[in-house]
Design a protein around this ligand. Structure first.
Ligand code: 7TS
Length: 421
């Protein structure tokens, strides 16, 4: 048990932090204040132990051996699939495909479902997408001559739903949208958008890379067709992601990779495909990380996603308040913490975000600076880059205070005013 009890009242980020060994290291002689969780989260001792346990007690290839280890490893691997299905409210575990990451999951849909599209068809995206939900569709547009459309954002970083409704038409074959922006923090009304999209017969792809780790996401209730996310952003290992899809659609799709495991029968000049999900999982999968990932799901389920969300809204509200009190910072995205996920992108008009991040690092504070793999969004915001602090279950107010203190030092270093408060 990581948390003393799943009750919200017992949600104590400092108690949780003690279970993440890396958080006790120092950086430049300071306590590590890790605020780059949107890039990847740290891993709890239970996940680290599960990884070691897998290799010391269970290691074997899956789905092919009859010996005990192979059977146990297969059972553990398939247990993860069921756990993931349960975690995101997918009624059928056959719809859960293990991938390397969210990016691979999105590419799988774009390539495989995308084969059905041709000239005259449209894919509807948004201006706030991560490159992972832009570039695969740009590749598809180049290959098949389909047109890309984009829902604009307003000045508060929310999608313009009126334009979304106007852009939807019978030509719209796919709507692909992020459930939460990794730059603005905006939480998009995906269920509402999916309903509208399905009325015109479009398939709905949700990029859940930021939402699934921080919000209760229910695949069935969202009414989408595909949902992509990564284990490493939810306290799990790197190199593991998921595509959750409606089985009836996955059954219609062609596999992306050919090889072992994904076939039913092979002759020298012929092959037929295995059932879903296996036809999409060619070759030896990432067994160890998949098995260890259940420890991360245990943690999130023990805490409860409602409590996770409450904690992150509270902390984000505090961060927004403290950052605003510095004066002169540009803060992107919705103003109200309840409308956004646990991250804040900001910029000081007089200090480049990379310089800010470098100085923060000397204070032990890890934030990301750059375009956050969202160059079109940066262009829309009219900035080359932002700095971004992103929160997780183990962050607490002291971390936000360290961020603000670091920013004060950065401003003093660069001789920038407005750091009085
Ligand atoms: N979609 C969104 C919304 C993301 O934020 C990211 C990663 C991805 C997809 C891709 O995830 P991956 O696991 O396949 O790489 N976002 C970030 C970020 O904001 N900083 O580093 C990675």
């Amino acid at each position: 048990m990581l948390a003393p009890s799943p009750q919200a009242s017992s949600f104590d980020p400092k108690v949780l932090a003690a279970h993440f060994p890396i958080l006790s290291r120092t950086v430049h002689g300071r306590r590590l204040v890790y605020l780059d969780n949107a890039a990847t989260t740290q891993k709890p001792d239970t996940v680290l132990a599960a990884l070691a346990r897998y290799y010391t007690t269970l290691n074997a290839n899956v789905h092919r051996g009859v010996h005990t280890l192979a059977e146990e490893a297969t059972a553990a691997f398939e247990f993860t699939r069921r756990r993931v299905a349960r975690f995101v409210g997918a009624p059928d575990p056959r719809g859960v495909i293990m991938t390397r990451n969210a990016t691979e999951a999105l590419n799988l849909v774009a390539r495989s479902w995308g084969e059905r599209l041709s000239v005259g068809d449209e894919v509807l995206l948004t201006e706030m997408e991560h490159h992972s939900n832009l570039v695969p569709w740009i590749m598809l547009a180049r290959q098949r001559g389909v047109a890309l459309r984009h829902v604009p954002i307003d000045d508060n970083g929310r999608l313009n739903l009126r334009v979304f409704a106007q852009l939807l038409s019978p030509r719209t074959r796919i709507v692909a949208v992020t459930a939460m922006s990794n730059v603005l923090g905006t939480i998009n009304p995906v269920a509402e958008m999916a309903e509208a999209a399905r009325r015109v017969g479009a398939v709905v792809v949700v990029d859940g890379a930021q939402a699934v780790p921080h919000l209760q996401v229910d695949f069935a209730a969202l009414g989408c067709d595909f949902l992509a996310f990564s284990a490493h952003k939810m306290y799990g290992p790197t190199g593991l992601g998921f595509l959750v899809g409606r089985p009836e659609l996955l059954e219609m799709m062609q596999p992306l990779y050919g090889g072992g495991e994904m076939i039913r029968e092979v002759r020298l000049d012929y092959a037929s495909w295995n059932d879903i999900p296996y036809k999409f999982e060619a070759g030896t999968p990432n067994i160890a990380d998949a098995v260890a990932f259940t420890a991360a799901l245990d943690l999130l389920e023990e805490l409860g996603m409602d409590a996770v969300r409450r904690h992150e809204v509270e902390l984000t509200g505090y961060a927004l308040e403290r950052l605003a009190s510095l004066g002169g910072l540009e803060i992107h995205g919705p103003r109200d913490a309840s409308e956004r996920g646990g991250l804040v992108s900001f910029a000081d008009p007089q200090i480049h975000p990379h310089d800010l991040a470098t100085i923060l690092d000397t204070h032990g504070v890890a934030v990301r600076a750059g375009h956050h793999c969202a160059q079109p969004l940066m262009r829309r915001l009219g900035v080359p880059a932002t700095a971004r602090a992103s929160f997780a279950i183990y962050n607490h107010r002291d971390d936000v205070d360290a961020l603000v203190e670091g920013l004060r030092h950065a401003r003093a270093y660069f001789g920038v005013g407005g750091a009085a408060s």
